[in-house]
Design a protein around this ligand. Structure first.
Ligand code: BGC
Length: 769
C-alpha cells in the first residue's frame, strides 16, 4: 500500500501532521462539492510548493482542440474538458509584513485536516511560526452549501500566539486560471466584466467557444473575537480578470481575528447573461441575512437528510465504515440528481483527468446507487440525459459510416458528441452502447416504472439495436455473426475479435429491443405508431436484426469449459498475476503499452462484467469456473474492477476474498491503491462500492418485481445495515452474523425473500429472520 496517513474514523477523513509530499493527494481526498460546483482542497492562502489547483462547475466545459500524433478519420475535433473554474477561495495573508505561506514557515505544528462527512464541511487547523517569528494559530472551515448551491462559505480564523500582529487580509477572485491538461496551453476563459462595491466583487468571464457565462463573486467581512468589525477594504486592486481587496487589522496577542468569505458562481445555464451579477447579489444578500452560523446549521441539516436515506453502517470495522461513508459522501457531493443536464464524471469535482463528464460508468455502475437511495426520478433523469443525446449518438455513428438511425453513444461526452480520441477506444470500445440499453432494463426491473420505455427508452433501444446489427459481420467460415476489431472493458488488449462481453451484450440488446417493440406495440399502441413512424422501422429490418442475434458467435474453450475473453486469449502466455514480480505492478506504470497488450493481464472485469449484468443467464457453477479462470489474470488497475469481483466472490461464498476486494474498492482512494489519487478521486467506482455491500454482502436482487436477499457478513464485521427505496417504500436491512432484521417505513406491507423464503414485512414493525 502506498499511503496510510488517513486516520480511521467513523464519520471523518482526518490527516494529522504537515507533509508537503502529501499535499496533492490530500487536495483530492478532502475535496468538497454540492452537485453544482466543487473544488479540490487547495489552501486559501498562498502556497509556494507543489499543488494542483482545481475548482469546477457542473456542466461548464470547454472543447479543447484534439491533439493526436496522426489524425484518423472519425476522430472528434475536440475533447470536452471540465474546466478549472475561476478561483473564489483565495485569501492572501500578511502577518507583520510577511506573506504567509506554509511552505516558507520554519515550523508548522498540530497540522490537521478534517473532512466531516456527517455535517458536510472541511476544516484545517495548525500552529505556524513565520520567518519573522510570529506564531499564529489558524482554523479554517469551508463548505459548499447544499441548500443554496451557488454559495460557498469560508471562515478563516487567525490568533497570534506570541505577539501582537498586524494582519492584512487580501481576499480575491480570479478568472485568470488554467487547466493543467490544456492541449495547446490556451486560456479557456475570456474575462468580460469586473465590478465591485464595498465588500463585494464580481468577475464575469465567458468560456471561449462554448460561451458559458459565469459570474464569480465574493463578499467579505472581518471579525474580531466573533464581532463583525464592519470594515471596508483600504485598497482594491482590479484588473480585467481579477479583483483583490485589502483589509488591515491590528490584532493583540491571544485575540482571534477572522475573515468570512462568501463566494461562488452564478452561471448562464441557470440565469440570463444579463442577470448573473444580480443573481450573485441575491445569493450574497440571503447568505448575509442568515449569517455563518445559520448557514452551517442548515448545511448540517441538509447532509443529515441525505444520510438518513443513504447511510450504510458497519459495526466493528472502522476502516470499512470510513471507506463506505467516504464513497457515499463523494457520490452525493458530485451528483444529486436535480438536473437532467448533468451527469457523474469519473473524477467528479476532484480533478481534471477524464475530461468530459459521462462514461458508461454512469449506466453500468452509478444508476443502481441513485435508484436505491434517492427518489426514482433521479435515475430517470440519468436515462433522460442519454435520450436527449440520441440525435448526437446517431450523428456520431454516422461519422463512422453507420446508417439508418444506428446510434453509437460516445465513450465520453459532455453534450452528446464524442470527446475521446484514441482509435482503439473511440472506435472500438463499443460495448459502452450496450450498457446504455442495460440501464433501461435495470431501471424498469428495479423501479417497475415502465412508462419510460414507451415515452423515451424504446427509441434508444432501437437505435442501439441498429448499431449492433450493422456492426456485426457475417462469417461464411463460421456461418455465424462475429464482431471484429473491438476493445472490451479490459482496455489492456485492443483490436481483438469476438470479445465475449461485447458479443453477448450485442445479442442481448437486439433481443431486448425486439421484445420491447412487441410489448409497446401491444400495450401502448399510440406510442408505438409515433415511434415506428419516427424511426421508420419495419418487420423486414427486425428480421435482419434477429438473424444476427440468433446466430451470434461466442468464443468458447472446451478445454477450460469457459467462454473466452476474445478469440486469441489462449494464445497468450498465461502467467498468473501472483507469479508476477510485485515490482512490475501496476503494469500500466511499469510496462510499455506493447508489452501490456501482449500480456494476459486484465485491467477490470470483462467476461465477468457480462456475468455480473446477466447473472441469471448462467449457473453458479459457470460463474465459479469463469471467476476462477479470469480473476487470477486480473490486475484490477481500473477502479471499476474490485467491486464487481467483490460482489461475485460474496455470491460464491468466498467471504475473505470478497472482504479484501471490498476494502480495495472502498478505500481505493483513501489508501491510494493505484498510486494516482493526487489526480483526483475515482467517483464513479464509488457507486460500485455501494453495490458490493448491498448486492455483494446483502445479496440483494430484484426478481419478478420482488426484492430478494442472501445476507452474508464478513467475519471482521459485527453487523451492517443499509436502506433501500424500493418503489417508494423505504426498507431498512440490518445484517448480523446470525440474523437479518427488516423494518419498513410508511403504511403498506412488503414481501421480501430471504434465501428464497418469503418474509412479510409490516410497516413500522421489526422483522427478524
Ligand atoms: C476504465 C473505463 C472507464 C474509465 C472512466 C478507465 O480506466 O477502463 O472502463 O470507463 O476509466 O472511469
Amino acid at each position: 500500500m502506498n499511503q496510510d496517513y488517513i486516520i480511521p474514523n467513523n464519520w471523518s477523513i482526518i490527516e494529522e501532521g504537515f507533509d508537503a509530499e502529501r499535499v496533492k493527494s490530500s487536495e483530492s481526498l478532502f475535496s468538497i462539492g454540492n452537485g453544482a460546483m466543487g473544488q479540490r482542497a487547495n489552501f486559501e492562502e498562498n502556497y509556494s510548493a507543489e499543488t494542483f489547483q482545481g475548482s469546477y462547475i457542473a456542466g461548464i466545459y470547454y472543447p479543447d482542440k484534439t491533439k493526436v500524433g496522426w489524425w484518423k478519420n472519425g476522430y472528434p475535433e475536440y475533447f470536452a474538458k471540465v474546466l478549472n473554474a475561476p478561483n473564489w477561495i483565495g485569501i492572501e495573508i500578511e502577518i507583520n509584513g510577511e506573506n504567509f505561506d506554509l511552505n516558507a514557515c520554519p515550523e508548522v505544528q498540530n497540522f490537521k485536516r478534517e473532512l466531516n462527512m456527517k455535517e458536510g464541511w472541511y476544516h484545517r487547523s495548525f500552529v505556524a511560526t513565520l520567518q519573522n517569528g510570529t506564531e499564529i494559530e489558524v482554523n479554517v472551515r469551508r463548505f459548499l452549501s447544499l441548500d443554496s448551491d451557488e454559495l460557498g462559505v469560508i471562515n478563516y480564523e487567525i490568533t497570534p500566539l506570541n505577539k501582537d500582529a498586524k494582519i492584512v487580509y487580501k481576499p480575491y477572485i480570479d478568472a485568470g486560471v488554467k487547466n493543467e491538461d490544456a492541449n495547446w496551453e490556451e486560456k479557456f476563459w475570456e474575462p468580460l466584466d469586473v465590478k465591485h462595491s464595498e465588500n463585494d466583487a464580481f468577475v464575469v468571464a465567458r468560456t471561449f467557444k462554448t460561451h458559458f457565462n459565469v459570474a464569480t463573486y465574493m463578499s467579505n467581512s472581518i471579525f474580531s473575537n466573533d464581532k463583525n468589525l464592519n470594515l471596508s477594504p483600504v485598497n482594491v486592486d482590479d484588473s480585467a480578470e481579477k479583483v483583490q481587496f485589502l483589509y488591515e487589522v491590528q490584532v493583540a496577542k491571544g485575540e482571534k481575528s477572522s475573515i468570512q468569505k462568501f463566494g461562488g458562481y452564478t452561471v448562464s445555464l441557470n440565469h440570463e447573461n444579463s442577470e448573473l451579477i444580480a443573481g450573485a447579489q441575491k445569493v450574497i444578500a440571503s447568505a448575509k441575512a442568515k449569517g455563518y452560523k445559520t448557514l452551517l446549521q442548515e448545511q448540517i441539516e441538509a447532509w443529515a437528510k441525505i444520510w438518513e436515506m443513504s447511510d450504510i453502517t458497519i459495526d466493528g470495522d472502522v476502516k470499512a465504515q470510513q471507506g463506505i461513508r467516504f464513497n457515499i459522501f463523494q457520490l452525493n457531493q458530485t451528483y444529486l440528481g436535480k438536473d437532467s443536464r448533468l451527469n457523474i464524471g469519473p473524477k467528479g469535482f476532484t480533478g481534471e483527468k477524464y475530461g468530459g463528464s459521462t462514461y458508461w460508468d454512469t449506466e453500468a455502475y452509478c444508476i443502481p446507487f441513485y435508484m436505491a437511495t434517492k427518489d426514482q426520478q433521479v435515475a430517470r433523469n440519468l436515462l433522460t440525459y442519454r435520450y436527449n443525446q440520441l440525435d448526437k449518438a446517431i450523428e456520431n455513428a454516422g461519422k463512422l459510416g453507420f446508417t439508418n438511425g444506428a446510434a453509437l453513444y460516445p465513450m465520453v461526452t459532455m453534450n452528446g458528441e464524442e470527446c475521446h480520441n484514441e482509435w482503439e477506444i473511440t472506435f472500438e470500445e463499443i460495448h459502452r452502447n450496450g450498457a446504455i440499453a442495460f440501464a433501461i432494463f435495470n431501471y424498469f426491473r428495479f423501479t417497475g416504472d415502465y412508462s419510460y420505455i414507451p415515452e423515451k427508452g424504446l427509441e434508444v433501444l432501437i437505435a442501439i439495436a441498429r448499431f449492433w446489427h450493422q456492426r456485426a459481420t457475417y462469417s461464411t467460415n463460421k456461418d455465424q455473426f462475429v464482431i471484429l476489431g473491438v476493445t472490451g472493458p479490459n482496455e489492456y488488449e485492443n483490436n481483438v475479435n469476438n470479445n465475449f462481453y461485447t458479443n453477448y451484450l450485442a445479442k442481448w440488446c437486439i433481443d431486448y429491443a425486439l421484445e420491447q417493440i412487441e410489448k409497446v406495440a401491444k400495450e401502448y399502441a399510440s406510442d408505438y405508431s409515433r415511434i415506428i413512424a419516427k424511426v421508420n422501422l419495419d418487420k423486414a429490418e427486425m428480421a435482419q436484426w434477429k438473424k444476427v442475434a440468433d446466430k451470434m458467435y461466442f468464443p468458447f474453450s472446451e478445454e477450460h469449459d469457459v467462454y473466452l475473453q476474445q478469440d486469441g486469449f489462449l494464445d497468450k502466455e498465461l502467467v498468473k498475476v501472483n507469479d508476477l514480480d510485485k515490482s512490475q505492478r501496476p503494469i500500466n506504470q511499469k510496462w510499455s503499452w506493447d508489452r501490456i497488450l501482449r500480456s494476459p493481464y486484465i485491467k477490470q472485469a470483462d467476461v465477468l462484467q457480462g456475468f455480473y449484468f446477466f447473472e441469471d443467464h448462467f449457473s453458479r457453477e459457470q460463474l465459479e469456473k469463469h471467476f476462477d479462470f479470469y480473476e487470477p489474470f486480473t490486475v484490477h488497475e481500473s477502479s471499476l474492477s474490485p467491486c464487481v469481483h467483490s460482489i461475485q466472490a460474496a455470491g460464491l461464498g468466498r467471504m475473505e476474498q470478497a472482504y479484501t476486494f471490498y476494502l480495495r474498492t472502498s478505500r481505493l482512494d483513501l489508501d491510494d491503491y493505484n498510486k494516482e489519487v493526487e489526480e483526483g478521486c475515482h467517483i464513479t467506482s464509488m457507486a460500485g462500492t455501494w453495490m458490493s455491500i448491498v448486492e455483494g454482502f446483502g445479496g440483494m436482487r430484484v426478481k419478478n418485481d420482488t426484492l430478494h436477499f442472501e445476507p452474508r457478513i464478513p467475519e471482521q464485521w459485527e453487523g451492517y445495515s443499509f436502506k433501500i427505496n424500493f418503489r417508494n417504500q423505504i426498507l431498512q436491512v440490518s445484517v448480523a452474523s446470525n440474523e437479518t432484521k427488516f423494518s419498513l417505513e410508511g403504511t403498506k406491507e412488503l414481501t421480501v425473500y430471504v434465501n428464497g423464503n418469503a418474509v412479510l414485512v409490516e410497516p413500522n414493525t421489526l422483522v427478524t429472520v
